[in-house]
Structure formats: C-alpha cells, structure tokens
Design a protein. Sequence first.
Length: 236
Amino acid sequence: MLTVRSLHTYYGNIHALKGVSLHVRSGEIVALIGANGAGKTTLVHSIAGLLKPQKGTILYKEEDITALAPEAVVQRGIALVPEGRQIFATLSVETNLEMGAFIHRNRRDQVQRDMGALLERFPILKERRRQLAGTLSGGEQQMLAISRALMARPDFLLLDEPSMGLAPLVIREIFAIIQRLRDEGRTILLIEQNARAALEIADRGYVMETGKVVLQGEGRELLVHREVQRAYLGKG
Ligand code: ATP
C-alpha cells in the first residue's frame, strides 16, 4: 500500500534520513521505533508532504506521492496524528473536528454526519464537544487528535507517538483504539518510544538509528530480539 524507497531528507545541512526504505501493506499495523533523533518524525513528515525529500520515492497505492503538498496527501487518504497532538487548544472540540475535515469543507452534511458518528464513538468527546480543547486531559486530547484525523476519512494513518506523556492505563485505552481502527480496515504506521506496547500490537516493525533502518521483522520477533531488548525494552 505504501512503499518508501531510499529516502533522503535534509534540514539545511543536516542529513536526517539517509536512504530509508520500508513498506506497509494494506491492513497492517507497522511500528517504527528508535531513539530520540533517529529520524522517525522526519520520515512521517516526509510521507505527509510536510518535508520535501531530496532523493528517493514514496509510492502510495502505486502512485508517486513524493512531491505532493500536504493537502494532496490527505486527499489521497493519508492522515497524520502529529507528535504532541497539536490540537487547537483555544478552539472547541467540535471546531477541532471540523478542521480535520478541511478537504471535505464543501460537503457540510457529510462533515456533520461524520462528526456525529465520532462523537457517538467517543462519548467523552461528545460530553465536552463545546469545551475548549485545551481543557481536555492528555488522553482525551489524544482521542481528539485521532478523531480529527479521522474526519478526513483516511484509510492510512500516520500516528506519531500517541502514548507520549500519558499514564499506563490511558496508553492501554489509546492502543485499544488503534487496534480497533485497524480491525475496521485502516492501515497504520505507528511511531513509538514505548517500544513494547507498539510491538505487541504491530504486525511488523522497523527500528531506526541515525537516519537509517537498522532492523526489521515481525512485531513478535522484534520483541524477543536481543538488540531490541537491550536498547529499547530495558533488558540485560
Ligand atoms: P523524536 O522522537 O525526538 O521526535 P525522531 O526519531 O522523530 O525523534 P527526528 O525528529 O525525525 O527524530 O529528527 C531526526 C534528526 O533531524 C535529528 O538529528 C534532529 O536533531 C534533526 N532535526 C529534526 N528537526 C529538525 C529541524 N527542524 N531542524 C534541524 N534539524 C532537525
């Protein structure tokens, strides 16, 4: 479904992605793990059209999307749930959701229907739909960030560290939501510092270090891989 081939992305002189290749099949959850600064966010921003890679290609459903603008990428069916949620804190929950549907802005009825369905799905957001998003708890804000992305009607989700800053119980809830999204047929590329939780729900995973993929395998394989255990799971 998504194929990244030999991707190179720079920030000025900083060579952040040094030839990254990976693929995600339809219906998979693929985890992307690695230390801070490994290049995970740079990779998803390159896929989302927020950064322009200097070399390499990104294919989505057999189309070359490497040079597309962010809005065009969303139109193809790829939505980003950014690191740190990036919700609009001074706007209401409802307005945040509407903003996620900007590519459908001329379809008022559809947007209202989709919003209604999401609010039914996440009753806590429904209860707070007129509240400013900044007043929500961390877990609720993450739910809102995911819901906002869903308003674009994506079939592919890029999730950048959804568990960041959340308590263990809340993380479990968010990961259950991610699994449900996959069970409904969406495809997911999941960036996580929380390697264990990510690999436990992932079909496959990639490990990045300093701008490169250094390991890949099935989620279960990586969980028991000695290097992964040592570097990312805090084991001997
Ligand atoms: P994190 O978990 O901290 O987000 P990451 O794996 O997502 O880590 P990136 O944020 O993609 O890593 O960063 C990759 C490299 O690019 C790092 O060396 C980082 O310092 C550098 N970098 C990231 N953003 C910028 C920027 N805006 N300008 C310059 N260098 C940057």
